[in-house]
Structure formats: C-alpha cells, structure tokens
Design a protein around this ligand. Structure first.
Ligand code: 5AD
Ligand code: SF4
Length: 458
C-alpha cells in the first residue's frame, strides 16, 4: 500500500496546490493518511514569504529525521523548496524530492523515479514555463469553497517579494479551461468559487477571448454558482470594468482585496510597486462610486528600508481615507534573492513593532466604525462552521465578514441563511437567523463526506 501524509503552509495558492498534489497522488495509487507515522511518503508544502521561513523548514525537517529509519521517503515542495533547491539535500540527506510549484505537473514522473529507488529527485528548473498545472484530479478538501487557479507565477518583482523567484513567470489558463473547471465544481455541488492567482487581475486569456472582468462574469453565470471571490488583485492592473462587473452581477461578491503595501509614494517607489498613493486612491474612488457597498481590504508592510516617520504617517492617513474593513499588517523582513536584500534594513525591530501596533490600533478604530453600520441590517450568510458549544454558528457575508449567529435549526456547512445583525464588533458581527437555512445540494453533502475521509490541510 502506497501511503502519504502532507502538511501545508502559506497562502491559499499553496493550500489549493496541495489539493491538486493530493489529487495527483491519489490518481497515482497513493492513499492519504492523517498521521505521518503511518505514511510511506511525507510531503511538506512550504512557504517562504516572510521571517525565517527556511530556518523553520529545516527545524521541522529535523523533527522528521526521527522517522527516517522506518523506510519513509520525504518530499519538500513549494516555495522554500524552490528557493533553497539542492541545499535541502545537503542539510537533510534523507529528503528524496525537492520541487517547486512550477514542476508539479511532472509529479507522476517524479513519483515513478522515487518508486524506482532514485534518491535526489528535483523539480526546480520549470519556472520559465508557459504551462500551468491544470489537472482534473483535485482532491477538494474545503467543504464549501471551490478554488480555481487562473494564473500562476508573478512578473511584478516588487523589491521585497520572493514570489517571482519561487513561483516563476506569469502564465494564465485559457478561459475555456477555467470555465470547464467552474462547471465541474458546480456539478460537485459547490456554490462558491474563489479564483486564485498571485495577481489575478494580470490574467491574460491565452485564447484572447475574455478579459479578467469578463471571466469573472462568466464564472458568475455558471449554473448553480452563487458566490465568486478572487484574490489577490494588484492595483497596477486594477481596471474599472472589474468594479462594473461586480455592480452588474450579485453572484460576484462585494469584496476586493487590493493590497496597497504603503501609503507613501516614495516608499511605493522604493518597493517598485509602480503606482503612487494618488493613483491607488483613484482606484479606490471607483469602488466607492459603485452602486454596491464594496468592502475593501489590504496588506500593509511597515518598516520597509528607508521608511521615515512621515512615510509611516502617510500609511496611517491612507487607512483613514480608504476605510478598509480589514488589513493584514506585516513587519518588513528581508528575503533571499529579492532586490531589497541589498538595501540596508534600516528600521530597527523595535520601531517596526511599534509601527505595526500603531497601524493595528488605528485600523481597529476604523473597523469599529465600519462594522457599526451593519447593526439591524439583514444579510445572507454562508455557513462555514457548525454550532460551537454555545450553539453559535459561524458563516461569512458576501463582503467576507464573519457572522456568528443563532438558528433554531442547526444548518450544515454550505447552507445559506438570512441573518439579522443584533451586535457589532470590530471584526465580527453577531445576529439571529430570520429564515430557515437553505441546505446545500446532495452533491455537496456527498463531496463533504468524501472530504471527511481526506484529512484537512493544516
Ligand atoms: N516582508 C514583509 N511582508 C511581506 N509580504 C510579502 N513579502 C514581504 C516581506 N519581505 C507581505 C505583503 C504581501 C503579503 C502576502 O505578504 O504585504 O501582500
Ligand atoms: Fe508563501 Fe508566497 Fe509561496 Fe504563497 S506564493 S506559499 S505566500 S511564498
């Protein structure tokens, strides 16, 4: 019996890559097990976006070392694998496969070599490919949301970011293949789709048939699909037709994650973001002028090399001006291979910590105000977690806000319920169901039962 265990870190792209890797392994005759002790092959899907990612990976590999005597094989895949390459074999000689995400379509061949007894198998040279990892064999582990990668890689080369080096150059799937997958997902009973890419809106249909906004609308028209989300958008290619599409089609969720990174034009320049504060705010203006109440969220980096108090203040005033519903704030951390590694990491750790705290405190105040507007509103919530010990159910609004609510009939995951909001907090809403839950289709329940046999990703 060929068995495997997989552990996943990082972004949604990585989580979905793991779904595809799992699907591929299952097709190759492997069975997924929930415990690494029972697995013949242990895969570790890694992330290197921030901090000391590589050190953490080697630390974890050291723990795996204890298992090596039991005839187990190890594979390190994902962004740290691509970044560290064959160095991984030097530091952890018991590892047999080191592969970046651009090489996953060659997994069957790598597995065959592994089974033939080969030891140092690499998939590291595929980053300049035009091909994407399209597979019908995706073991979907999310019980309510179907992920679809529409574009892989990144050509932006922001000064701080490892992604162009770990995931390679940008390449899009044809819109026909994306739509075929959306239909397949709908057939499995999923009503919510999330389109994925490092820069989804850099999407260029190789067949020339659809723009990104047209693809969004086409996915929203797929029979059975009620919610379409997409991450992550880059301000540079953010076009007004995306906002128009959301306005025109209720199935497209009224939420846009549009990371700004900094509110200071000079820091944006140093980051090679290729836009100014004003240029970004113009795009925000389009979303504010929309008919729908579009929720905005962002990523922010504090303490980028050379960021002055004044620059940081520009970020704070930008938060006020935009009024985000959520931000993900990060302290700048130098990453290997990136242009910024050659800049002096001039902001001391204490200053980064302090700026991050100021940023989060200000954002909390903004959210306190933003969330207050939802009091007494009724919103449709998709159930994501069953009842907790207090009988409270958790779901998400179209705007991606967390809603905790009570309901006489405990709904199953994937149901839709109309909820009246009775209490507001800075990052969640509380309410009560005012309609009976609309349960998901038998197809989704069957899919969830199938998922239950496949351990959930970490
Ligand atoms: N340091 C800190 N934050 C980073 N991010 C990406 N690279 C770095 C880095 N070197 C953040 C950005 C990005 C998010 C996914 O992670 O804000 O949008
Ligand atoms: Fe981590 Fe970035 Fe790789 Fe995602 S693309 S796994 S966030 S390094």
């Amino acid at each position: 019996m060929k068995t495997f265990y997989i552990e996943t870190f990082g972004c949604q792209m990585n989580a979905h890559d793991s779904e595809k890797v799992v699907g591929t392994l299952v097709r190759e005759g492997y069975q997924q097990v929930p415990d690494e002790a029972d697995a013949g092959l242990i895969l570790y899907n890694t992330c290197s976006i921030r901090d000391k990612a590589e050190q953490k990976v080697f630390h974890r590999l050291n723990e795996y070392k204890k298992l090596q005597g039991e005839g187990k094989r190890f594979a390190v895949i994902g962004c740290v694998a691509q970044q560290e390459g064959e160095k991984i074999f030097e530091k952890a000689p018991y590892v047999s496969i080191v592969a970046g995400s651009s090489s996953y379509r060659n997994l069957p061949e790598m597995l065959a070599r592994l089974e033939a007894g080969e030891n140092r198998i690499t998939g590291l040279d595929d980053r300049q490919t035009d091909e994407t990892f399209d597979t019908e064999f995706t073991a979907r582990s999310n019980p309510h949301r179907g992920y679809i990668t529409i574009i892989e890689g990144c050509d932006k080369f922001c000064a701080y970011c490892v992604v162009p080096y770990t995931r390679g150059k940008e390449r899009s799937r044809t819109s026909a293949s994306v739509l075929a997958e959306a239909q397949r997902i709908a057939g499995q009973g999923y009503t919510e789709i999330q389109l994925l890419g490092q820069n989804v809106n850099s999407y260029v249909d190789p067949s020339g048939r659809r723009s990104f906004a047209e693809l969004l609308s086409a996915v929203g028209e797929v029979n059975g699909i009620q919610r379409v989300r997409f991450t992550t958008s880059h301000p540079r290619q953010f076009t007004k037709d995306i906002v128009d599409a959301i306005d025109a089609m209720p199935a497209l969720c009224d939420h846009i994650h549009l990371p700004v990174q900094s509110g200071s034009t000079s820091v944006l320049k140093a980051m090679s973001r290729e836009y100014s504060r004003e240029w970004y705010l113009e795009r925000i203006g389009w979303t504010k002028a929309a008919k729908r109440d579009i929720s905005l969220t962002s990523d922010i980096i504090v303490g980028f090399p050379g960021e002055t108090d004044r620059d940081f203040e520009d970020t704070i005033t930008l938060l006020d001006e935009v009024g985000y519903d959520a931000i993900y704030g990060f302290k700048y951390s130098p990453r290997p291979n990136t242009p910024a590694i050659h800049m002096v990491d001039s902001i001391p750790e204490e200053a980064k910590v302090e700026r991050l705290a100021i940023l989060n405190a200000r954002q909390r105040e903004i959210q306190r105000r933003n969330y207050a507007r939802h009091l007494d509103q009724t919103m449709t919530v998709m159930v994501e977690h069953g009842a907790n010990s207090r009988g409270q159910i958790t779901g998400r609004s179209s705007q991606n806000k967390t809603v905790n609510f009570s309901c006489e009939i405990v709904p199953v995951i994937g149901s839709y319920v109309d909820v009246r909001i009775t209490q507001v907090f800075p990052s969640s809403l509380v309410g009560e169901a005012i309609t009976a839950p609309a349960a998901p289709s038998p197809a989704l329940l069957a899919q969830q039962a199938l998922n239950a046999r496949v351990p959930v990703l970490r």
